[in-house]
Design a protein around this ligand. Structure first.
Ligand SMILES: C[S@@+](CC[C@H](N)C(=O)[O-])C[C@H]1O[C@@H](n2cnc3c(N)ncnc32)[C@H](O)[C@@H]1O
Length: 242
């Protein structure tokens, strides 16, 4: 598998599936209504490209709801879990691929791609984000959509304090933030992960450079208005415009 710098550095590739299952079991479906909303509105009954599918939590729901899915993840242990999570009678509806989404290479185009539960911030650099959006653009049909959510820099950074020449969260010193790279390191589990913080302007510009416009924007998966207040993330749907 061709690996990007983000794929090597984010901490996800070797994350143990058993540990992740405890944090986000496939029964954790608090966000499902949002991804179902996207599938119903944009998939046009075609297959859905699910990026960074993890243990198959949303993949399984999509298949149960009648959609065909092409699901991609960088972590082979998660993919094995995802395969096991799919009821035997639905297996033919799903194709799994072990890939780094920064180098996404499938021989198919889709009306809808989705990336659930803060997987987008695992793309750690602007350069990898641009590469990812370029490849994603090739995989979407004209007018196709990309739905995802990601931490909103300003609201995520509430509570940061300076400690020993580092920025850490006052309530949780296992989470540190590097202001130069805009990358948070979260070491609250045995598998530290890194996640990039973005502003709405970052995403708008990166999207426009890659041929996308923001079609819908929300402050969370409950589709609250995006106000930039505590509790908001960036829950966005981009449309391929050119
Ligand atoms: C927070 S989990 C979300 C999993 C899943 N989308 C869900 O909703 O349960 C982030 C996922 O992104 C995957 N991931 C991180 N970087 C990736 C990359 N560069 N390419 C493909 N998958 C990646 C991880 O392996 C992990 O499954």
């Amino acid at each position: 598998m061709e690996l990007s710098e983000s794929g090597k550095q984010s901490g996800w590739r070797d994350y143990a599936a058993s540990e992740w299952d405890q944090r986000k079991p496939i029964t954790w479906l608090h966000d499902w209504d949002f991804w179902k909303y996207c599938a119903d509105k944009f998939a046009q009954n075609g297959p859905i490209l699910e990026l960074a599918c993890g243990n198959g939590r949303i993949t399984r729901q999509l298949a149960l709801a009648g959609f065909d899915v092409v699901a991609v993840d960088i972590n082979p242990h998660f993919l094995n879990r995802a395969v096991d999570a799919i009821p035997a009678e639905l297996r033919s509806k799903i194709n799994f691929h072990l890939q780094d989404v920064v180098h996404l290479a499938l021989d198919k185009q889709f009306h809808l791609a989705m990336m659930a539960d803060w997987a987008f911030p695992a793309i750690l650099t602007q350069s990898d984000q641009r590469q990812f959006l370029k490849h994603l653009h090739h995989h979407l049909l004209p007018g196709g959509h990309f739905a995802f959510n990601t931490p909103f820099a300003t609201t995520r950074q509430l509570g940061l304090i300076s400690m020993d020449d580092k920025l850490v969260w006052e309530q949780d010193s296992k989470r540190t933030f590097d202001a130069l790279t805009q990358v948070e390191t979260n070491a609250t589990s045995p598998y530290p992960i890194r996640l990039r913080h973005n502003t709405l302007d970052d995403i708008r510009l990166l999207g426009e450079l890659a041929g996308f416009k923001i079609a819908e924007q929300y402050g969370n998966v409950d589709r609250r208005p995006l106000l930039g207040v505590e509790g908001d993330d960036l829950t966005l749907i981009l449309r391929k415009t050119s």
